[in-house]
Design a protein. Sequence first.
Length: 378
Amino acid sequence: MWKIEEIKQKQEYVRERLNHCTDPKEKEKLELSLITYNELLSNSGTLRYTRIPNLLDKLTKDNFSNKKEKDLARLEVELFFGDEAYISDEYLNFLLQLCDRVSEREVPELDEALFVPMVVTKESLIELSKKFYASLQDEEILELASKVLNDESSMNFSHIARRGRSDCKGLTLNDYIFDKSYINVTSQNNIFDYQVFNHEVMHGIDFYMRKKVPSENYYGFHEVPTYTIDYLFLDYLEENGLDPNQVQMLRCQKDNYLHLLATLTKTQIRSQLIREYGVKNSKNPSMDQIRKILTVELKKQLLEIQAGIMAYGLKEQIRENKKIGISHLKQFMRNTIPKDQTPDFSYIGLSNNELLKYSEQIGNYSMQSQDHISVKGK
């Protein structure tokens, strides 16, 4: 479990260093770590830092957190989105194409109430994740996974989350000053816990592979490694004896998420255009019109859709040639993505044409096994 007193000491140390810091690069890492410590305490599941603040938020309609954390919230927005990455008209049009294609795919419906309760211990989560990363047969990935999995103070398991994180079953937070990745799982006591835990471990591996900071890296693609690993891990679960019906539900959940994100994003863009220009004038919007209504959140969603398609593509590469696919995954994790140019992933076999092709396949992952699995579908 996280060492709360140690985290508080680090928090005070970083605050003191920030008071005397004049180097912009060092300041960025200090501020990122300060945000991490605050999030670690808030999501620790403890009475002082999670349960009581949750109660105060409920009583004050979130005014307690809004006042207490507004400075850190503003800082986080400035760090990640203050210097926006470049999106050309051509690239924006490409992102919109991906969104359209994924939203039009047919995916199985899922009733999450069908997840069967089961006893999930932290020991079982750690053990299964260790075996999975060993099964990838890559020494570097296994070594970095072990940095998380062999350090109990980097992991936290809770049954309660902060109110603002209640929909977030897993969380990874990185300390750039003391070089440590922390993960948290808010337990559901079903098979989903295994996926969430393994997903967060991969975030830690990505951090240790290369410590990317927002000022130097195109924000929006951080889920590529984790989504790729999700695909591989779910197949691993079924191969190692977990209930295939429950595993198939996780597959459906994965496809559903990307499809719903694309559908939501498309609807939000359409609604914003109508609000801004009216129904008639928003039917064939120009790039300038779309840019005007494109919020930071909508840009994040469009980039996450591309990240999800990239992960599907890497999964397919690994299925066809494990060595080459894993190599491409590691190349992606090692490289930063320049913010002043259009992202180009052709160096790992994911050109725009390839991504357009893969966008037409979203949904296949869960649909292929539908014939023999009892899951609510269309």
